[in-house]
Ligand binder design. Structure first.
Ligand code: NOJ
Length: 753
């Protein structure tokens, strides 16, 4: 046997025996457990302090405490900070008969105390390394505060900006979404799950939650197998391939079956075909909600259906802990279902190192050192800059001059230190973001003045978080803003959504600038046309008026703790914007859902915009195209694409081709461009999208510099879930496109044979 083979065999043997010992440990523990203790592992309660959903039973804390002490709880969520986690872990470990440690889950959606840009913003960076680093540092900051499991990444593909949760994902594209899913899983879990700096990740929401009808949260989903397999599932599969340890199912029903009880998804596909060996947690109360769905007649039947459907852990329904014993006695479920779920849960706990040290994640010293550390600040600023997308820059109003200018910062969000944190920032300190005003004040050369124009108000909706909202009744600040605008050289208007205006339960039917902000913008523009509009938001907004009338528009999302510095550095040209939109920006709500990878239809019209006749797929009063397409984003420099070259016009199955262009920086600044590579399969056994992203490269060029950028086309990229319900590439013509966004038109054909 040669050395390589020997080392390989040794590795396999070691892995197998490590696996065996892990399985043996799990089996040994399982054999000691009573039925009640097993069921306890499948029960998850919310903590005593923070809520991220409605508390079903009035949140009876006494019951929770007794259950913890009696081994009837496997996991807690929303318990955080070493002191709190240690106290709760102590009850489980010291009071319960077997002392099985709890696993502590938390929504680390975009950071723990240090808040990174919202996930949709990070997706706009198209920078997988930066995204991975953001997840990895967030995991580190949370892990040293006692957390060992996150309910992230959210990998739902999203096409409808009305849905508030688009902020939590990577946007509309399954390919980009899959790469980002894998990067985030790597970031959270690292190479060694038992390290005190890494945590288990959870892909959510399985599945199709992003397709909630009309963008209304928690609403019904009805999609066919074609969309399910080609669009919705790939990022979940990518998470499994990246070694993710847990999944969370979703609130929605999918084609008539609540996802929580969907055995096809959870048992056949996930745990069967995909070989996922981790566990599935329900979403908050989603087992109980099957009664409201009209799928289960009562709580007990809901428990039965979700066990049979493959949900291993019950989040906040208290149904498993109360009903499974009876269901087992009545033979509605069997012990193999319970044993399988418990083994999956215990295995992850072993892998996290919790059995070696239940307090592994409870180190006060590390918590002090790492929370808010410089490493986090720097990485945060880096990804925040990369997430900004330049939508318009006429007359090169940007970058701004650093000296001798009078700049007026106007808008309700200009000095706001809360909204940039966005939604899902439970562990953040309120008002802890660097505001745009502060970012500008750190540059000394210009005179900076500020007016709110439209005021903010404090509200506490539903008794949860305190929220700063944009008022919708008071216009009295507009006059002051106009007066300021008259006196300055440049106006920077900071408008958009307040931090909690997107996120869970935050669907919107109107996607314009909320409140009187549009009126403010138009009035300011009447007195000073030199406006840079900075938009802060958690979803695509409708910016038609601004795109016609305002010379510069900067998409700044909710960028997190370092927001103001990132925005100021981009506006002053210390960072040349390189972000590209991960979701199409519509012209009107009536266009939704809107996405670049749509089908052709039988009546596509010429180029999708032929307004000449009636009988084609269009609106009588709106264009079909978005205002800004997927993949769109400008730079302070300009890039020129040479004609596309293909190495051949025939490709054999199993073979490959090279597609290339030359990219030239024809502008005055050094800059980065995300070169995008799309393919179309124009006819197939099941209809295919007009274009699909298959690759991209970030290229940095000095002024005048040219580089060849090439992509390899392989059979793998041409595969899809076809009419025979197989994942295959079908012979025939394909078109290739390389360009700076999804609206690229120039194409070259090849034949697959
Ligand atoms: C409900 C949300 O849908 C889910 O994403 C989240 O992880 C849980 N609540 C826990 O907060």
């Amino acid at each position: 046997m040669n050395t390589t083979r020997f080392v390989f065999c040794l590795l396999i043997t070691l892995t197998t025996s490590a696996q065996q010992t892990l399985d043996q440990k799990v089996e040994a523990l399982l054999s000691k457990m009573t039925l009640q203790e097993k069921i306890g592992q499948m029960n998850q309660y919310n903590g005593f302090w923070n809520f991220t959903g409605p508390s079903p039973d009035g949140g009876d804390q006494k019951i929770k405490y007794d259950h913890l002490a009696n081994g009837l709880v496997g996991s807690m969520l929303n318990v955080r900070g070493v002191k709190e986690v240690r106290a709760v872990q102590k009850i489980a470990v010291e009071k319960s008969r077997l002392g099985i440690p709890l696993i502590f889950g938390f929504d680390l959606i975009h950071g723990y105390q240090s808040v990174f840009p919202i996930p949709l913003a990070e997706a706009a960076s198209w920078d997988l390394e930066a995204i991975q680093r953001s997840a990895s540092l967030s995991a580190k900051e949370a892990a040293v505060a006692g957390i060992n499991w996150t309910f992230a990444p959210m990998v739902d593909v999203t096409r409808d900006a009305r849905w508030g949760r688009v902020m939590e994902g990577a946007g509309e594209d399954p390919y980009l979404g899959s790469l980002i899913a894998a990067a985030r899983v790597d970031g959270f879990q690292g190479d060694d799950l038992a390290s005190p700096f890494t945590i288990a990740a959870s892909a959510k929401h399985f599945a199709a939650y992003g397709f909630a009808e009309a963008g209304r949260d928690y609403n019904t989903v009805d999609i066919g197998l074609n969309t399910l397999h080609n669009i919705v599932l790939p990022p979940f599969k990518a998470a499994v391939d990246a070694g993710i340890k847990t999944f969370m199912n979703s609130f929605n029903d999918l084609n008539g079956i609540p996802a929580t009880a969907d055995a096809y998804l959870q048992r056949d596909l996930l745990k069967g075909e995909w070989g996922f060996d981790g566990f599935v947690v329900s979403d908050w109360g989603s087992i109980r909600e099957m009664v409201d769905h009209g799928y289960a007649k009562d709580r007990k039947q809901a428990g039965e259906m979700s066990v049979l459907g493959g949900s291993d852990m019950d989040m906040e329904s208290s149904i498993y802990v109360n009903e499974l014993e009876a269901l087992l006695e009545e033979k509605k479920i069997n012990i193999a279902h319970i044993d399988d779920a418990v083994k999956r849960i215990l295995k992850v706990k072993f892998e996290l190192g919790l059995f070696d040290d239940p307090y592994l994640y409870c180190n006060e010293e590390l918590e002090k050192q790492i929370t808010g550390s410089q490493e986090l600040v720097q990485a945060n600023l880096d990804v925040a800059k990369k997430s900004i997308v330049l939508l318009k820059n006429e007359n090169t109003i940007l970058p701004l001059k650093k000296e001798g200018q009078k700049i007026g910062l106007i808008g309700p969000l200009a000095a706001d230190k809360n909204s940039p944190l966005g939604n899902w920032r439970i562990a953040a300190v309120n008002n802890s973001a660097v505001s745009v005003l502060e970012g500008f004040q750190s540059y000394k050369g210009n005179k900076i003045s500020h007016a709110q124009g439209v005021k903010l108000v404090n509200k506490v909706p539903d008794g949860f978080h305190e929220e700063v909202q944009i008022n919708t009744t008071d216009k009295t600040g507009i006059e002051e803003a106009i007066a300021l605008a008259k006196e300055v050289d440049v106006v920077v208007m900071v408008l958009g959504e307040y931090g909690f205006q997107s996120g869970e339960g935050r669907s919107r039917a109107f996607l314009n600038l909320p409140g009187f902000q549009q009126e403010l913008l138009e009035k300011v523009a009447e007195v000073n046309p030199n406006i840079v509009l900075v938009v802060m938001n958690g979803r695509p907004l409708i910016l038609n008026w601004a795109s016609e009338n305002i010379p510069a528009i900067v998409e700044a999302w909710h960028l997190g703790s370092q927001s103001g510095h990132a925005i100021a550095q981009v506006l002053y040209g210390d960072y040349n914007p390189s972000g590209k939109l991960p979701m199409s920006f519509p012209r009107s709500v009536g266009q939704l859902p809107i996405y670049y990878n749509h089908k052709s239809t039988g009546r596509p019209g010429a180029d999708g915009e032929d307004m000449g006749s009636v009988f084609w797929s269009h609106y009588g009063d709106e264009k079909n195209s978005p205002l800004y397409p997927f993949g769109y984003g400008l730079s302070y420099t300009q890039f020129e694409y040479s004609p596309l070259q293909l190495s051949d016009d025939i490709m054999d199955k199993g073979g490959s081709l090279k597609a290339s262009i030359k990219l030239k920086n024809t502008g005055k600044f050094k800059g980065k461009e995300v070169v995008q590579f799309y393919i179309q399969d124009p006819y197939a056994s099941a209809t295919r999208p007009v274009k699909e992203l298959k690759g991209f490269q970030m290229v940095e060029l000095n002024p005048g510099e040219t580089k060849e950028v090439s992509f390899r086309i392989t059979e793998e990229q041409l595969k899809f879930y076809n009419a025979r319900q197989k994942w295959e590439a079908e012979s025939g013509t394909f078109y290739v496109f390389i360009g700076s966004n999804s609206a690229v038109k120039e194409k070259k054909a090849f034949e697959l044979r």
